[in-house]
Write a protein of this length. Sequence first.
Length: 409
Amino acid sequence: MVHFGIGWGESGVRSIYSREQNPVKSENRPTPFQEALLRAALLDGAAAREAWEKWKSAVDIEDLDPGSTQLLPLLYRNLKRMGVSHPQMERFKGVYRITWYKNQMLFRDGATVARCLEQAGIRTLLLKGAALIVECYHEHGLRAMADFDILVPFREALAAIELLKKHNWVPEFDFSDRVLKSFVRSRHSLGFTSPSGNSLDLHWHVLQDYCREDDDRDFWEGSHPSRVHGIPTRILGPADQLLHVCLHGAIWNPVPTLRWIADSVMILNTFPQPDWNRLVSLSRQRCRTAAMAEALTYLSENFDQPIPRHVLSALRATPVSRRERLEYAAASSPIRNRGPFLSFWLRYCWHVRSELGRGSLSRFVTFPRFLQFIWRRERLRQVPLFALREGVLRLWHQAVPPAGSAPLL
C-alpha cells in the first residue's frame, strides 16, 4: 500500500528559507577529516603528506565511513607514488584489488549491453564512473562503482529497455506498457540487474531534473567518440562531464559521498582547460549557476584547482531566482531537514520541468499526472479514486486505535 502525506517539517523549512536569503551553501560537504583524506589521496608533495599525517592520526582506520572507504584505493596509489611506507598499505592495496575485481565484472556486463545496443542501431554514451575510469582514472581499481551507467537517446529508451529485458536483464520496476511510457517521460533512468547479479543504470537523460525530449541534445552534440572493451560508444565533453559530476554531487546522499570531489579533480587533472564558457552557458540554461559557483569555489579553495576567476565571477553574477535557491537548498539538505512537504515539492518541481512544452492540456493535468506517476496508477482516471481511498484509510487509522490500546474518549 502506498501512503502519501505532507508535513511541513517546520524546522527544515525555516532553516532552508533563512539560507535562501543568503548565498546558497550546500550541506553535502566533507567533514574536516574526510577532507584531509581527500587531500592525501589527490594532491602532491608536502600538501598531500601533511594531510596524510593529519588523517591517519585522527581516525580509526578499522571504522571508516563508506565514503572514506571508497577513497582508499586512490589513497593507496598516491601514497605509493610518493614512496610513503605504512603498516596499513597492504590493507589499502586489498581494497584496491577488490575494487578492481568488482569493476571488471561491471565493465564486462556493461560492455555486453553496449554491444547489444550498438548492434541494434542505438547510440550509447558512458556516464559517471564508467566514463571517468575510461578517460580520467585509467585504472579499474581506483574508482569505486555501484553500477554501470550508460545513456541512450530519449527516443530509443523504450526500445533499449525491451532489448535489455530480452537479454534477461531484470528491471528495478516491472511496469505495464502504459505505465512504462509515463515513467520514461517523467524520469531519467531505470536500474537493471544482470543475470550474473551486476547492476546497470540505463539513462535516457543526463540530469534527473531535466527530462524533456530535447534536454540532452547539447550533451550529445558536445560528446566525443570512445570505446569500452573495443565497442564504439561516446563520452561527455570535459566541461559537460565536470558539470554532471558537480551537480550530481550537490544532491544530498544518506551515504557520505566524496567521489564527486575526487572525480572533479581527476577531470581537471586530465583536462586542465575545459571549455569554461560552455560550462557557464550550460549552468545558466539548466538554472544551476548557484550550485556550480559553490562547487567550483570549493574545489579552488580546498583542493588548489585552477578555476579561472572570470568563470566564478560569471556564475556568481548570474541572477538566481528564489525558486532556484530554494530548490538547490532543498536538494542539498538532509531529508530530515527538508520535511516531507519540501521533499514532495522538490520531486514535483522536477516533474513539472519534464512537462514543459507539452501543450496547454498537458499543463492542465500536470499535477494529476504527477500523482499518477508516484502512485503508479495505470490510468489517469484512477487517481481521484486512489486518493479518496488513501484519505479514508488514513482517517480510519487515526480514528480507530490499534488493538490493545486505550479507546478514544
